[in-house]
Design a binder for this molecule. Structure first.
Ligand code: CA
Length: 248
């Protein structure tokens, strides 16, 4: 994605794990995301950061979501807004209001659906020519091929080449590998991996994450029992790293 096309998405949501999960996923899609944990903080960030799209929870501490939206609509009729809310609230309120809600999702929702709706809203949104392109906020994902050690991951072909020859990678494996690579050298918790990979499926356990790491080690580690790339960090999660000279 061209950096000039990178969109700013403001998430106004007080449930920390939801906000962070969405933020990380939007970042992985190449957007810039920011979180505001209350209505007041959301309005402040809207004024100051000038997002291209707002994800807005209805039940917020202080100023509630619909008041936030009403406030925004006084000044900006076109900014795309995606409402997140519990189903009962939606039916009682949002459908009856003509506040300029562009789209809404009831909780719990599937991550893929959320991302699809975001892209659709961004696609539909009018071009805003008055803004300078943003730079340098968040990891920038344009990595068709990534190499470390004897391994080469080809994101375009959804395959890895390494000590065992070619391995086809699933969409989920590619997603988690991108996450590790963009966070190289930084620990990632099991909870974050779970949110990113599996979204809001409450039946998924941290054990599932561990199984993926076992698989990555089999694919990529010279000695899977003594990992050098995908290391465990006790009581935290995992970290991916490799020597600089490995990059080719
Ligand atoms: Ca809430």
């Amino acid at each position: 994605m061209n950096p000039a096309e990178k969109k700013r998405i403001l998430i106004i949501e007080d449930e920390k794990h939801i906000a962070e999960g969405l933020s990380l996923n939007l970042t992985l899609k190449g957007h810039a995301a920011r979180i505001a944990a209350s209505g007041a903080a959301g309005l402040h960030a809207w004024k100051e950061w000038r997002p291209d799209l707002i994800v807005l929870d209805l039940m917020l501490p202080g100023i509630d979501g619909l008041s936030v939206l009403r406030h925004i609509r006084l000044e900006d009729e076109h900014l795309p807004v995606l409402i997140l809310s519990a189903k009962s609230e939606l039916e009682d309120k949002v459908k009856g209001f003509a506040f300029g809600v562009d789209d809404y999702l009831s909780k719990p929702f599937h991550l893929e659906e959320f991302l699809m709706r975001i892209e659709r809203l961004l696609f539909r949104a009018p071009l805003r020519g008055d803004r300078a392109p943003s730079r340098g906020d968040g990891p920038f994902l344009s990595m068709p091929v990534y190499a470390f050690g004897a391994n080469r991951i080809d994101f375009g072909a959804a395959a890895a080449h390494g000590q065992w020859g070619r391995i086809d990678l699933t969409e989920l494996e590619l997603k988690l590998l991108k996450l590790f690579i963009t966070h190289r050298g930084k620990p990632i918790s099991r909870g974050q991996l779970l949110e990113i990979g599996w979204g809001y499926d409450r039946h998924t356990r941290t054990r599932t994450v561990d199984n993926f790491i076992v698989r990555f080690r089999k694919y990529f580690e010279p000695d899977p029992k003594n990992p050098i790339y995908f290391k465990s960090i006790r009581s935290v999660g995992y970290v991916f790293d490799h020597e600089e000279k490995d990059e080719r």
